[in-house]
Design a protein around this ligand. Sequence first.
Ligand SMILES: [Zn+2]
Length: 412
Amino acid sequence: MCIYPVNNSDMPETKNSEENKSFHNYEYLCIKRFQEDVLANQDNPNEETIELWNFIKRLLETMKDLHVSRAPGLQGLFWKFRFEKRIATDLWYLVVALDKRPHNLLEFLKHELSGDISHSGTPLSRYLSRHQFQEIHLDGIFKFYDQSSLPLEIFKCTNVEVLSLKGNSLTALPPDIGRLSNLRILTLTDNCLHNSSIPFTLTFCKALSHLYLDNNLLDALPGFLLSMPQLDTVYRHGNHNYFKSTFMWYHTDIHARIRSTNTREEALRKQKGLLQPSRLQDLAVQSVIASKQNFYEPGLFPTPVADYIGRLYRCYHVCDYCNSAEPLDRPGYKVYTFKTPYLGNTCVPFQHWACSYQCAEDIERPAHAEQRSHSAQLEAAYTSYIEEVQCTGTREIAHHRRKAGGRTKRSR
Ligand SMILES: [Zn+2]
């Protein structure tokens, strides 16, 4: 039989302390399963499921007493238990966690199965706050239209510098992304994000330098990215067909680039007489959102207030020009602009939301003037390059001809 060495310091997770700074999808799935098995059935405990977690805990606790050499032996015992108990569910994540994070898993189970009812928060929030991870990798684990499963606890890990949510069929990013003040790299590759599903609160992430938006449903980049000077790299490939459709506005004028939105919804709302006076607290929330201030900043608002504003954030559009936020069903304007060049790309389209036609014009006019000026500069640089190549080419041809002529004469 082979399991772990006697010395706990030789166990896999402590071999690489850098790796232990990351929270992985298999750990999340373990905790989620634990929550479903144990917490959801607190009033009506299911002995079989709790037995599984107690078995895992006992198994991990015996490690010190087992003279073993390799981690897979632990998995062997687990598979045996699973076979005997006829657990049919796929528990691949538990097997991986046993191999990669035995210490963390044991610590988690000891704490959660201790019977201490003074715990606050969720098992996931306790696990995350205990380990203070710097990287979170939750790739490929959420199903289509399963947005509610994206755990908001991960956005409360203010130490996080790298967040990867690849391949999760996400149709929206929660406004809570703005809590991650130390976030440097955000990977949203292979999801179903469209322009308005990326919230303005992303601008609160002042350390964000790398943003991966490849293979989504974007027809342009969100306009507020232009107000994030620290962005160094924005990957947007794989949205090609959608971007292509936006380029039809490249040669158009202001009238085609400013498009009214939601007029039908507004007409319907008025028709039904649904226009009602706003509540004071809704007006206060709207005012905070309109200010574009980072309401997640520690000390600015009590946490429940910031949480409340975050929950309502999705109900508003934020004007890219002025300090205004309007409920989603109010009319506004979509504005398309083009940045030439943008972070290594020759030309990239952006989509903005404006609260009024005046704001839309104030976004479009300077952007259009800059586009024309930069494209003229690019064109001039291209023409001069072509002329230079042609001159060099002519000189080289003349030079080769002279050499060829000399050889011909000498060969005669
Ligand atoms: Zn405005």
